[in-house]
Design a protein around this ligand. Structure first.
Ligand SMILES: Nc1ncnc2c1ncn2[C@@H]1O[C@H](COP(=O)(O)OP(=O)(O)OP(=O)(O)O)[C@@H](O)[C@H]1O
Length: 237
């Protein structure tokens, strides 16, 4: 089943954060969501995951209506997100962070050990989550999200603050997770090389509106995208 959102509009007072946005993601697909700062990317993910209300449009997972449900209900339905700022339980171990998330599904969850292995965290299960290097904290946030067995995982800048090598590792991990689980991924990313290398399709926002959608080659050569986002240096951020 697909995750399909249509005609989403969100205002903050007089500011149109997103306007008439349509987006759909299929199982096993990696879709990139790009756009300059303030383009509306996080707002869109907030709506899809139930953290932001909107009066217009629809969000459906297959035939099930998600719009209007709480974040918790949406996560249980299979749409799980991570945050731009990592939200972990500091002061408790890596393993217990994942175990707390896995407890939501009980025996239906993946085993905690499997999740730690998938995210390359198996060598430090007893470390305090808050003391992990930054890239590992980001991986832990993904492990926690995966404990909920998402059909669709929405990642808000998972590579923010990572080194090029760490980004490459993350890139490989995300593709492997997709291959293993068949889940669909929506990836917000400023690093244009990362999105271009792992996404089958991209959606480009500018000023809250979708200005282009298509495969990486089509996006790279799209004039509106170049003007709005890629800029003269062609490299994004
Ligand atoms: N809670 C809020 N209240 C008021 N304005 C908001 C709120 N959240 C977002 N905005 C504004 O809505 C617009 C879209 O913001 P959003 O965070 O969705 O953009 P973004 O593309 O995710 O940006 P970034 O790349 O910086 O994370 C921006 O102009 C932002 O300032």
């Amino acid at each position: 089943m697909r995750l399909v959102a249509e005609q989403l509009t969100v205002n903050f007072g007089g500011l149109l954060a997103i306007a008439d946005v349509d987006i759909d993601i299929g199982p096993g697909e990696i879709v990139g969501l790009i756009g300059a700062n303030g383009a509306g990317k996080s707002t869109l993910v907030n709506v899809l995951s139930g953290f932001q209300k909107t009066r217009t449009g629809s969000v459906k997972l297959g035939d099930s209506v998600l719009l209007g449900l709480s974040p918790d209900r949406i996560a249980r339905a299979g749409v799980v997100r991570t945050f731009q700022s990592v939200r972990l339980f500091s002061g408790i171990s890596v393993r217990d962070n994942v175990a707390a998330a896995a407890a939501v599904l009980g025996s239906r969850s993946e085993s905690v050990d499997t999740l730690l292995q998938l995210l390359d965290l198996a060598d430090r299960p007893d470390s305090d989550a808050g003391s992990l290097p930054y890239a590992h904290q980001r991986r832990l946030a993904i492990a926690r999200a995966l404990a909920l067995k998402p059909k669709f995982l929405l990642l808000d800048e998972p590579a923010a603050g990572m080194s090029p090598n760490e980004i490459e590792d993350l890139d490989r991990t995300l593709v492997a997770l997709r291959d293993r689980t068949g889940m669909g991924l929506l990836l917000i990313e400023h690093n244009i090389n990362l999105v271009m290398s792992i996404c089958e399709r991209l959606v480009v926002l500018d000023g809250g509106r979708v200005i282009a959608r298509g495969d990486p080659d089509a996006i790279k050569s799209n004039t509106a995208v170049k003007d709005a986002y890629l800029g003269a240096e062609g490299g994004g951020h």
